[in-house]
Every structure is written in structure tokens, then in C-alpha cells.
Design a protein. Structure first.
Length: 296
């Protein structure tokens, strides 16, 4: 029995399009982990709500010129989360290794942002990590926890040692995180920098940062958006990105170097489906642009 059969249960299928696992190029996996959440819990409900939203929006992307229905997608369902963060992340790591070993691209729907650590343990080093997030998540510990949604990026840097880390949309930090980022050469672009520079200059900076990278991992915390566009997130912060600006940047990063990506931190009960729809749209656009890049 494979790890995906051992640790996953079926769910509604993302976008309504399902190929056999053996035929798929992209594998969707829900990770309803919600054990270290602070301020607003409820991210465990996001995989189901985002899937439901994906069934009710059109799948053709004008940005990519791709219909996501034509992609070879397989939705594994949701991983069996246990009351132990380390064990859940270990299960996720094993499944991601299997998916990559089968030459497929894993796409995770969280869940809290801690899942990125499990995903990246499966991906391994020699990869550039690009994170869209209002927060740096570089604390050493928070509320007595050394492994949580506020510390995972520091653990990721220490344990996996990716080739580099870039955080985009930053606007909420503490001095401890700034000090660690400087010591560890972790780059970040604030919302203020993005607005002053515009899309063109921002992409020049990002492309320069990624110029030596052959593989990239993308992680999307939906609180990178302004709460006006994504109100139902775990830790909303004012002065976020607008949806069109966010997609302009994200879609330019979704090229053939992407080995996996995740979307996290949605708490659906805090709005009436707006954030789930934005999340489903984000995943559809990312998949469309990755597919477009691979075909070109």
C-alpha cells in the first residue's frame, strides 16, 4: 500500500476534473492541519471550502490562455491529521516524496502555514522558496512552541537549507525576525516597496533573485492580500496587496521551474465564501501558468 492510500481519504474533487493518479501531471492534496493556529483558528475547514468554490467558478484563464479542465489533475483528498504536528508533517513529507518520485507536481491546500515545512521536507534542498505572506514567520518560538505557523520558515531555513528564500508582501514583523533575516540572508519585499516600484521593477528584483535557481517552491498565505479582498484568513493585516497585483506577480513566477506549491491560512467561517473563491482562482491561475510554461 502506498503512503497516499495509507494517509488520505477521498473528498470532493478540485475543479471537478479528475484523472487517474497514474495519468496525472498535478496532484492536489488537502492538508487540514490547524493545531498551532493563533488569533483565528479554522484553517482545517479550508480544503473542503476551496474545493467547493472551485466547482462553481469557470476554469478558463484569460491570463494563461489555458482551460484548467484540460490539465491532468488528480485530487488525493485530505491527509489524515493527528493531534501531533510532527507526525502529520512526517506523513505529508512521505506522500510528497512519493508524488515527486512519480514525476508529478504536488499542490497542497492548507491548513495552517506549518504545512510548508512538511512539503519542503519532501521536496528537499537545492530549491528557491518564494513565499507570499504578510508575515516573515521567522520567530524562534511563539507561545512556547518552537514549531508553529509563526516559526516554520525559520525551521525550514535551519533544517532544509534551501538555496535561498524570498518573502513577498511583508508588512507585519517583529525585530527578532528582522535580525534573523539579516543574519541569514533571507530577502523580503514589503508592500510599500512593491507599490513604489510597480510590477516591472518588482519583477526585475525577483528575477534577479531567482536567476541562479533551477527549481522553485511557491507558498501562498492568503493574508498577503488586503483584508478587503481576503477577509477570512487566520491573521489579517491591513495594507495588503490587491488581487490583480498579486496575480500579476504570482503568474510571472509560475514557470517550468516550479516543483510544488501550496496555499494556506484560509479560515472560511469568517466570510461568506469570498476568500475561498479567491483561493480557488489563485490555484487555477497558478496551474494554468505552470502548464503554459511547460508546453512552451
Amino acid at each position: 500500500m502506498s503512503h497516499r492510500e495509507l494517509f488520505f481519504s477521498p473528498s470532493p474533487v478540485f475543479s471537478g476534473s479528475q484523472r487517474a493518479y497514474e495519468e496525472a501531471d498535478y496532484v492536489i492534496l488537502g492538508v487540514p492541519l490547524d493545531l498551532t493556529s493563533t488569533y483565528r483558528s479554522g484553517a482545517r475547514f479550508a480544503p473542503l471550502d476551496i474545493r467547493e468554490a472551485s466547482l462553481n467558478i469557470e476554469t478558463y484563464s484569460f491570463r494563461a490562455g489555458i482551460n484548467v479542465e484540460d490539465l491532468k489533475l488528480h485530487d488525493l483528498g485530505d491527509i489524515h491529521v493527528v493531534d501531533d504536528v510532527d507526525e502529520t508533517l512526517k506523513r505529508l513529507e512521505l506522500v510528497v516524496k512519493d508524488i515527486l518520485g512519480d514525476d508529478k507536481t504536488p499542490v497542497a491546500i492548507g491548513g495552517e502555514h506549518t504545512i510548508t515545512l512538511g512539503m519542503m521536507r519532501g521536496v528537499g534542498g537545492n530549491v528557491a522558496v518564494v513565499s507570499f505572506d504578510a508575515h516573515l514567520d521567522l520567530r524562534n518560538e511563539y507561545l512556547g512552541r518552537s514549531l508553529s505557523h509563526t516559526t516554520f520558515m525559520r525551521r525550514l531555513n535551519e533544517q532544509i537549507k534551501p538555496s535561498n528564500i524570498l518573502e513577498i508582501g511583508t508588512r507585519a514583523v517583529c525585530e527578532e525576525e528582522l535580525d534573523y533575516a539579516e543574519r541569514s540572508d533571507i530577502a523580503f519585499l514589503t508592500v510599500q516597496q512593491l507599490r513604489r516600484g510597480g510590477i516591472k521593477k518588482t519583477m526585475e528584483k525577483i528575477n534577479g533573485f531567482l536567476s541562479g535557481s533551477e527549481r522553485t517552491y511557491l507558498t501562498i498565505d492568503m493574508d498577503v492580500l488586503d483584508p478587503a479582498f481576503a477577509p477570512a484568513v487566520q491573521n489579517p493585516e491591513p495594507e495588503g496587496l490587491h488581487m490583480d497585483t498579486f496575480l500579476d506577480i504570482l503568474c510571472k513566477l509560475c514557470d517550468s521551474r516550479v516543483v510544488a506549491f501550496d496555499l494556506v491560512e484560509v479560515t472560511p467561517q469568517y466570510d461568506r465564501g469570498i476568500t475561498a473563491i479567491q483561493s480557488a482562482k489563485t490555484i487555477l491561475e497558478a496551474l494554468g501558468h505552470i502548464e503554459k510554461a511547460r508546453k512552451s
